[in-house]
Design a protein around this ligand. Structure first.
Ligand code: TXA
Ligand code: MG
Length: 331
């Protein structure tokens, strides 16, 4: 049997499967299976306050997840879907509270990945899928990452490395014209802004968003299993960096927002450096798999040095992940 058919059968038996997408691998469940949705939370050890993103394979299917489908959503979806953009708007009755964590809105996206699209099409209903990692941990960009995370009991569709490498941009659309980026990703605010202006679509960017409208933003997230540090001062000498690490890392609390903060086991003698491409799109592709392979080598500490060249909008999306993955940020 081909792997997609096998995955559809598993989903139809109220179970979950690892699904490749162009951003990261997800842990997918049918949106109409309460059992499977609950399993997503239990396998991930994810708290119920963090809502799931619903994945569709057509515009019509996306519309069925929302209460209404305003013109601004149509314009944005036609431009950026299928792709790494999640739209958040009021949900339809089809979407359960388990998916939205009790919120009245739902996040929906049409992934740009042939296997994800075919899986959703053959299943016949949208699939809810968070990233396929344990809560607070590094997201997976390869099937092997998902297997390492959950073991062989979870079926994972094999599809090589994710093309984008970081999670989708999450865009809130309120009152048919008010917008806010809830999570930065590869679809940039400036790209959305330019397109809407070109299309003469009336809109405005909200200055601030109510905290309860934007759940799932813990201080720590995407964390590798080793102490990871971002240093924002590139002129710091190695010896100074070592001293700061040895004093500051040990002062950290054990837990923040329910996520275990990774601390060194002994005095740090040797620092390993995370090296990413200077092209932020390539760096996004490398980031999570580098964090995972570095963890496997178990260095005493892993450090990323932020440089003045890391200053484009796409780098901002990457730093959102890097800062949250870090146990410590040094200025
Ligand atoms: O690229 C992606 O979006 C990946 C792949 C698998 O599609 N999925 C993903 O899911 O990143 P997850 O569960 O790791 O992130 C979901 C986040 C939530 O933590 C929250 O920040 C936001 O998406 N979100 C989901 N539904 C929302 C809602 N109704 N209102 C506000 N934010 C929501
Ligand atoms: Mg995630």
């Amino acid at each position: 049997m081909d792997q997609i058919k096998q995955a559809v059968e598993i989903l139809n038996q109220n179970d979950v499967v690892g699904m490749p997408t162009e951003t990261v691998y997800g842990l997918a469940a049918r949106i109409d299976s309460e059992l499977a949705l609950k399993k997503v939370f239990s396998v991930k050890e994810r708290p119920f306050f963090d809502p799931l993103i619903v994945h569709v394979s057509s515009l019509q299917q996306a519309q069925s997840c929302f209460q209404t489908w305003p013109q601004i959503a149509e314009v944005i979806a036609k431009k950026f879907w299928p792709g790494p953009l999640t739209l958040v708007m009021p949900k339809s009755v089809q979407i359960s509270d388990l998916i939205t964590s009790g919120l009245e809105s739902v996040g929906v996206r049409w992934p740009n990945h042939p296997i994800a699209q075919e899986l959703i099409r053959q299943t016949g209903v949208p699939l809810a899928a968070p990233s396929a990692n344990k809560f607070g941990k590094t997201s997976p960009t390869q099937a092997a990452h998902v297997r390492n995370e959950f073991g062989d009991s979870i079926f994972v569709l094999e599809a090589g490395s994710s093309e984008i490498g970081i999670e989708s941009t999450v865009l809130l659309i309120k009152s048919n014209s008010d917008l806010a980026i809830l999570r930065k990703g590869a679809v940039l605010k400036s790209e959305i802004e330019k397109y809407l202006a070109d299309q003469k679509i009336v809109h405005q960017w909200l200055e601030a968003v109510d905290k309860k409208e934007s759940p799932g933003h813990m201080k720590h997230h995407y964390m590798p299993d080793i102490p990871f540090v971002v240093c924002r001062n590139p002129s710091l000498k190695l010896s100074e960096l070592g001293q700061i690490l040895n004093s500051k890392l040990n002062e950290l609390p054990d837990m923040i927002d329910g996520v275990r903060v990774v601390k060194p086991k002994q005095k740090i003698e040797k620092i390993e450096f995370l090296r990413l491409s200077s092209d932020p799109y390539q760096a996004a592709r490398e980031l999570y798999s580098q964090l995972r392979s570095a963890s496997a080598r178990k260095p005493e500490v892993l450090c990323f040095i932020q440089m003045p060249m890391h200053n484009s909008e796409m780098w901002e999306s990457l730093f959102d992940r890097l800062y949250k993955a870090a146990s410590l940020i040094i200025d």
